[in-house]
Design a protein around this ligand. Structure first.
Ligand SMILES: *Cc1c(COP(=O)(O)O)cnc(C)c1O
Length: 371
């Protein structure tokens, strides 16, 4: 190569260059004003008092944490009836989703997921050089037949969030079983259950049972949502010993901090906080969704949600963008999703009772003002 054509700076791999960085939920407006943040599905009740106390008393910051998060994995194993050897912790479930793709897919392989699912899947696929393949949705929900139709020779990993973010849709156990049964046994099914603790008991999607007996199912969970520990970055995954062993090989060696391990252990023991969070979420989510459904004559439609947020579609005179900006003027930030193919959608995290009533009233007023 002639010298003049040599690159003058390090050149990223093409597949890395093609990544659009994850867009986190914002907490302030364009003018820097702090806003009530209902854009990242965080727990409006904050964190369990027991977890806060344990975090404050956690060991020496000069010492590395337990690399195996032993006490935390033991507690998770006891709670869910899983051999702790089949549990691997992550720096958030985000680390584990990325590692799952990296361990089982690479250049020339395909990573499959549904349209309108979690935006990290696209990044996880591209980071390892694999090709993301997007299956069409079924009215914004995950379509098992559409996923299965796209499984081919190159498919290595299938990601399904259940409940799904950003739509809130949910696949019952029968659909998860049908998806798994339709996959070749060498294709890894990653079931992302970040919102599982918000489900009612009868809504178990069977993922943990599947992960306990199948060789190609990994379930991921997180302490970021109902446990109110998003800031500590703690997730976990379970599956066949071979899958867990592979993730253990490539994870960060000290990937959960001293404070994070202590806080998560205490949070797991505070069933009362989790129950209160779930019950409050259920009541406020349904009340908010009903208020949005009542605005159907304005082209406003809430999608049914099993999670701690509601995706509201604006298909009338009031656009999602106008509603987003109007809410911001009133001190609230929610998630507008043009980058995820949903320019007509706002994802609203379920906040406190007053917050939800204020948001619902603001959306109604904005819609009525346009009549
Ligand atoms: C919030 C969320 C996660 C959690 O990510 P962490 O890295 O554990 O904070 C995972 N998957 C989905 C679908 C989510 O919405």
């Amino acid at each position: 190569m002639p010298e003049s054509l040599e690159p003058t700076a390090p050149q990223p791999k093409d597949w890395i260059r093609a990544i659009h960085a994850y867009v986190p939920g914002k907490s302030s407006g364009a003018d820097g004003r702090p806003l009530v943040k209902l854009s990242a599905n965080e727990n409006p009740l904050g964190t369990s008092a027991a977890a806060l106390a344990a975090r404050a008393q956690a060991g020496e910051p000069s010492r590395y944490p337990d690399p195996d998060s032993t006490a935390l994995r033991d507690a998770l194993g006891r709670k869910h009836g899983i051999d702790p050897a089949r549990i691997v912790m992550g720096t958030g479930s985000d680390e584990l989703l990325n590692l799952a793709a990296q361990a089982y897919a690479g250049p020339g392989d395909e990573v499959l997921f549904a349209q309108y699912s979690f935006s990290v899947y696209d990044i996880a696929a591209r980071r390892c050089g694999a090709t993301p393949v997007v299956a069409p949705d079924a009215d914004f929900g995950t379509d098992v037949d559409a996923l299965l139709a796209l499984v081919g020779d190159r498919t290595r990993v299938v990601f399904v969030a259940n409940p799904n973010n950003p739509t809130g849709s949910f696949l019952p156990a029968s659909e998860i079983a049908r998806l798994h049964a339709g996959l070749p046994s060498h294709v890894l099914l990653v079931l992302d259950q970040a919102y599982a603790e918000y489900l009612e008991a009868e809504d178990d999607d069977g993922g943990l049972a599947l992960a306990a007996r199948a060789k190609n199912v990994l379930v991921t969970r997180t302490f970021s949502k109902i446990f109110g520990l998003a800031g500590e970055r703690i997730g976990w995954a379970t599956g066949d010993a071979a899958l867990v062993g592979m993730l253990n090989r490539i994870r960060g060696p000290f990937n959960v901090s001293v404070c994070g391990q202590a806080a998560a252990l205490a949070a797991l023991g505070d069933a009362d906080f989790v129950d209160r969070s779930r019950e409050m979420n259920f009541a406020l989510r349904e009340r908010f969704a009903a208020k949005m459904a009542a605005l159907g004559n304005h082209g406003i439609r809430p999608l049914p949600s099993k999670a701690n947020f509601v995706l509201v579609l604006f298909e009338g005179a009031l656009s999602a963008e106008a509603a987003y900006n109007g809410l911001m003027e009133r001190g609230y930030i929610v998630r507008w999703l043009p980058g995820q193919g949903l320019p007509h959608g706002l994802r609203v995290t379920v906040g406190t009772s007053e917050q939800m009533d204020e948001i619902a009233a603001a959306i109604r007023d904005m819609a009525e003002d346009l009549r």
